[in-house]
Design a protein around this ligand. Sequence first.
Ligand SMILES: NC(=O)c1ccc[n+]([C@@H]2O[C@H](COP(=O)([O-])OP(=O)(O)OC[C@H]3O[C@@H](n4cnc5c(N)ncnc54)[C@H](OP(=O)(O)O)[C@@H]3O)[C@@H](O)[C@H]2O)c1
Length: 252
Amino acid sequence: MAGRLEGRVALVTGASSGLGRRFAVVLAREGAKVIVAARRKERLDDLVKEIGVDKAMAVGCDVTSEENVIALYDAAEKRFGLVDTVINNAGVTHSDNALTQSVEEFRKIMDLNVTAVWMVAREAARRLVNAGPDKATRGRIVNIGSMAGRHVIPNVTAYNASKAAVAHMTRSLAREWARYGVNVNALSPGYVATELMGDWLDQEGGQKTIGKTPRRRIMDEESLDEAVLFLASDGAKFVTGADVLVDDAQSL
Ligand SMILES: NC(=O)c1ccc[n+]([C@@H]2O[C@H](COP(=O)([O-])OP(=O)(O)OC[C@H]3O[C@@H](n4cnc5c(N)ncnc54)[C@H](OP(=O)(O)O)[C@@H]3O)[C@@H](O)[C@H]2O)c1
């Protein structure tokens, strides 16, 4: 049976670990050709071997660099054709609170979590729009936000602000590109056990946080499979500007 994403060319940023890695595997399993991007190229090469060298390609890329982002799309297009699906996933959090964080660190968070997300989406949309309406209407951009975009996680103001920006930027881009048929949505997870958390989950703070969630648990990487597949698929033709919260009631 054909997969739900057969014929799609999907870019996943931040695919060298955590959610991005999982998204790449899941999209490929449903038939998409997948381009995986991040700075740690060796990890991406291993992932491509796991998915299959005929179905995936790895591109070493710092998504905060405009030059890198353009080169990434050029390489993807050369190998698999026009990118019609983007999982805009690369992102980072921080340990400093607002009183101790430096301006440089705050800017670094915004540069990756907001500016790079905009840049990666813009490059995809430019190419889709230039390719004409038949191609553009296949466009699916999924920006990975967070429940932190609508619910304050204590002591990570820069992260919270960056994810709120992702949610509103998603609505704004969806409005701008609605006329071309390019759909832009956000997928906002609650806590998922990935490298981003480091060993915080095993420590007192992490255990306390888990204890305060309504279901006394955090999610695993598989928790987002169906949501990302839906937003990337033809089935989401009429869904744009949405911010899909998958958080197991953690923010309630
Ligand atoms: N885990 C959670 O609980 C959770 C909850 C809500 C939202 N999220 C969001 O989900 C996304 C993925 O998080 P995760 O938990 O999977 O974190 P992760 O395991 O730390 O992965 C982050 C990814 O971003 C990449 N990255 C960082 N800086 C980059 C850059 N300049 N250019 C290209 N890639 C870069 C990293 O790869 P390299 O270091 O190799 O570049 C890595 O692959 C983030 O946007 C995060 O905010 C996570």
